[in-house]
Design a protein around this ligand. Structure first.
Ligand code: C6P
Length: 412
């Protein structure tokens, strides 16, 4: 039984604690989300009743574990509206999913003088695999720039994506600026030029309804841990014809059809890409997280977060000497808000906020080219999720004001 969106806090035992003698306001959800009891119970239940390796045994536990694992795959399929469960590959996480595409599809399809197009706001996980692929293949990596407002510059995208482009890899939602990119428009642009599009959904799937068919993405990657499932499980969605034509990522058990002394053949998708024992409990936990999100309704989750952004963003923008990055219009902003207090290092800001029970992240957020573009080395970042409340937002604002007072920002 899942509570309504306004009462979900009760489902998250970890939120019910004091940190540094203060109520905990957990605002580091872009780094990782917390787990509800329902997900923890699904894990405990799996280990207490069904735990076995999958696809290998004929005994009852093996059959149950296989069913649990494949049911989780179907839940993912339905959640992102993929045409087939065969197109859902379980990986270690978003980083692993993106590396898989670069190492298989990229390796086969990118050649000398070809171009790969990404944006300057990519997380390193959607940047380095393409940078290294381009270097290996003597191809060119191009960056789409941003508008003043921190949105993807579509005029620049139209110039950068050409007939030389083989892969366009773009985040669906920025982990720093809180902007959502027009992925469908980019997919159309990529397809017009014969390129494939890879969507990085790490900061989108947990927060908004995602339909991979409507987006017409060729590949789409995300992590379970940012949507309340265990760490070490993630997903790569890929269109079946592309996945079937790609070579395996890793070799070993589970991914084969037949092995002989001199040669081997591969299993069909998705198993071709799932070599070795997988994170079966992780997949079960991801399935439980999807059940949880589905019962709340992703439109409600998005609406709840939007209401928090509508509430907190104007308050942040009104604080003197506080700089907010990304769009200032709450309607264009996800629950990820990066900011700096003038004259203070973001690590000091994050440490001061922690003293007030507010957990935020500080640093370059694995987006150093974006930091360079913005002429920054680091920012503080608050990121909201479905269990956050206006009380959390108020606690953040109060803690920022106290930090300003403590460090005498704006008074000297
Ligand atoms: N961003 C953050 O604090 P992994 O680490 O594989 O689960 O996800 C990588 C990743 C890929 N793309 C985007 C847009 C992301 O935000 C992340 C993870 C975390 O911003 C950890 S660095």
């Amino acid at each position: 039984m899942v509570n309504k969106i306004d009462d979900v806090q009760q489902d998250f035992p970890i939120l019910n604690q004091r940190v540094n003698d203060e109520r905990l306001a957990y605002l580091d959800n872009a780094a990782t989300a917390q787990r509800p009891r329902q997900v923890i119970a699904a894990l405990t239940n799996f280990y207490e009743t069904d735990n076995a390796n999958v696809h290998r045994g004929v005994h009852t536990l093996a059959e149950r574990a296989t069913k649990d694992y494949e049911t989780a795959r179907q839940k993912v399929q339905k959640f992102i509206n993929a045409p087939s469960a065969d197109e859902i590959i379980f990986t270690k996480g978003c980083t692993d999913s993106l590396n898989l595409v670069a190492a298989t599809y990229g390796e086969e399809n990118v050649h000398e003088d070809d171009e790969i197009v990404i944006s300057v706001m990519e997380h390193h996980s959607n940047l380095i695999p393409w940078q290294q692929l381009a270097a290996r293949k003597h191809a060119t990596l191009k960056y789409i720039e941003l508008t003043e407002d921190g949105e993807l510059d579509m005029a620049d995208a139209k110039e950068k994506i050409t007939d030389k482009t083989k892969i366009v890899a773009i985040t669906h939602a920025s982990n720093v600026l809180g902007t959502v990119t027009p992925l469908k428009e980019l997919a159309d642009l990529a397809h017009q030029h014969g390129a494939v599009i890879v969507g990085d959904g790490a900061q989108a799937v947990p927060h908004m309804p995602v339909d991979v068919q409507a987006l017409d993405v060729d590949f789409y990657a995300f992590s379970g841990h940012k949507m309340m499932s265990p760490m070490g499980i993630g997903v790569l969605y890929g269109k079946a014809d592309l996945l079937r034509a790609m070579p395996p990522y890793q070799y070993g058990g589970e991914m084969i059809a037949a092995v002989h002394r001199d040669q081997s053949s591969w299993a069909d998708i998705p198993f071709k890409f799932e070599a070795g024992t997988q994170n079966i409990a992780g997949a079960v936990g991801l399935g439980a997280a999807i059940d949880y999100l589905t019962s709340l309704g992703m439109a409600n989750v998005q609406q709840h977060e939007q209401a928090l952004v509508d509430y907190v963003l104007p308050k942040l923008l009104a604080i003197p000497d506080l700089v907010v990055y990304g769009p200032h219009d709450p309607a264009k902003h996800t629950g990820v808000i990066a900011f700096n207090l003038k004259g203070l290092h973001p690590h000091d800001v994050a440490t001061a906020l922690d003293m007030d029970g507010v957990a935020v992240r500080a640093g370059h957020h694995c987006a150093q080219p974006l930091m360079e573009t913005l002429n920054l080395t680091a920012t503080a970042r608050a990121s909201f999720y479905l269990y956050n409340t206006k009380e959390d937002a108020d606690q953040l604002i109060k803690a920022i004001n106290e930090t300003k007072e403590f460090f005498k920002i704006g008074t000297i």
